[in-house]
Design a protein around this ligand. Structure first.
Ligand code: SAM
Length: 405
């Protein structure tokens, strides 16, 4: 039996995706023989309602000097984080000498908005390559993992903060109680926590099982985030759905009683109740939906192969690692993956080893079908790829259902 990372109750996986490599572990042929694998199992805690992985990968294997995800490659996310920064500035920062801290600040996509406004800020980013890019842009960044000890060092050097922020990072951190103790030490009495992560409600509704991979130790909902922070004296004061990463939620928390609680909190908790977020049978249903999605995708790809159609993956995302490995889709069904990130080009996808080639190859010779691996950026991608459609190309998607567009 495994124990819940938040409340230590006994938990049992409701689903196993089998043997899985590191989602962002794009690798060279020479590295195939040493490729690390783990078991991707996911469980729901009936006691504190937290959905989580039961096997964890060492953090240093995922976040290091060759981290392959550079946030600023997406213009749409740049706009999104400008909005996030504005939201925090307008709603929660004091007029005099505010200080904000962001964890997982990556290449500075969010903090640049504070730096440009002359606001005291600090990024905590353990992946050295992306942290360096942020520093080169003039964004104050320390290269380390955030936890209680790091928080105490930050307070000693800079004083307490008015806002603690994170995007697509809190769900990465299994040692959550150390992070929450760190937040307690770091924040001023009126300080706020504002973070967003992929939302469990969307994952369940869209069967977007590709959100489940090594970096995501947790799959948050308002009910589980509330319960987790309550243990450290904080309450959920707002929750705002976000149309990014296939459906995210922005959570705002403050010390209990320190700030007004928005009516949105009760409304979202009610919606989660109706969706069955807190009931184990919901996860059994999700597992069946995932199995059906896998069967439909594999069938579609095999039919395209029989019809001698060319299929290329579009964007070498971390999410696609779960899909390819769980469904057993390799270079026999998907010829190559096209990607604009230089660090991934010339390498192979984790586990199933599909070659990753520069985007110029896709442009030079359009395939018959492009498998949309970054489906969460569908609008942005399809708007940029009108010529592919004009040339007769078709998109193959698998979230929320397997279909050709
Ligand atoms: N916030 C950016 C965004 O939304 O585009 C980056 C998200 S990226 C998926 C997650 C980032 O969190 C990585 O840059 C990783 O190095 C960082 N990270 C992982 N664990 C962390 C920790 N304990 N403290 C601070 N950052 C961490």
């Amino acid at each position: 039996m495994k124990k819940c990372l938040i409340c230590s109750a006994e938990i049992k996986p409701f689903m196993s995706f089998g043997k899985m490599p590191i989602a962002n572990g794009f690798l060279t042929e020479e590295q195939f023989k040493d490729e690390p694998f783990f078991k991707l199992d996911v469980a729901f805690c009936e006691s504190c309602k937290m959905t989580q992985l039961t096997e964890l990968v060492d953090r240093e294997k995922m976040f290091h000097e060759n981290y392959a995800f550079f946030s600023s490659t997406s213009a749409r996310m740049g706009e999104h984080f400008k909005g996030f920064a504005g939201f925090v500035k307008e709603k929660y920062l004091p007029a005099k000498d505010p200080f904000v801290v962001e964890i997982g600040s990556n290449d500075g996509i969010m903090l640049r908005n504070f730096a440009e406004a002359g606001i005291k800020h600090l990024g905590i980013e353990p992946s050295a390559n992306v942290a360096q890019v942020a520093r080169e842009k003039g964004i104050n960044t320390v290269c380390e993992f955030f936890d209680e000890a790091a928080a105490k060092r930050i307070v000693a050097a800079n004083g307490q903060a008015d806002a603690f922020m994170g995007a697509n990072v809190m769900c990465h951190i299994p040692y959550m109680h150390s992070v929450l103790a760190g937040i307690e030490a770091l924040l001023k009495p009126q300080g706020v926590v504002v973070f967003e992560d992929p939302y469990l409600g969307d994952i369940l509704e869209k069967t977007s099982y590709d959100q489940i991979y090594d970096e995501h130790a947790f799959y948050f909902s308002a009910v589980s985030v509330s319960a987790m922070f309550e243990r450290h004296g904080f309450e959920l004061i707002d929750a705002l759905p976000q149309d990014v990463h296939g459906g995210s939620m922005r959570y705002v928390l403050a010390r209990k009683g320190a700030r007004k609680v928005s009516a949105a909190v009760a409304a979202i908790l009610k919606k989660e109740e109706a969706l069955g977020v807190g009931r184990p049978e919901t996860y059994e249903r999700f597992r069946l939906n995932v199995e059906a999605s896998k069967a439909a995708l594999v069938k579609m790809l095999k039919e395209l192969k029989m019809a001698r159609k060319s299929v290329v993956g579009y964007a070498a995302t971390s999410k696609s690692t779960t899909v390819f490995n769980y469904c057993g889709i390799g270079p026999d069904l998907v010829e190559y993956i096209s990607d604009t990130t230089p660090i991934k080009q010339g390498k192979f996808s984790p586990g199933v080893h599909i070659p990753v080639r520069p985007y110029s190859e896709f442009k030079a010779k359009y395939p018959d079908y492009a498998l949309l691996l970054g489906w969460n950026h569908a609008r942005e991608i399809m708007a940029n790829e009108k010529d592919f459609k004009k040339a007769g190309g078709k998109w193959l998607v698998y979230v929320p259902k397997v279909e050709i567009l």
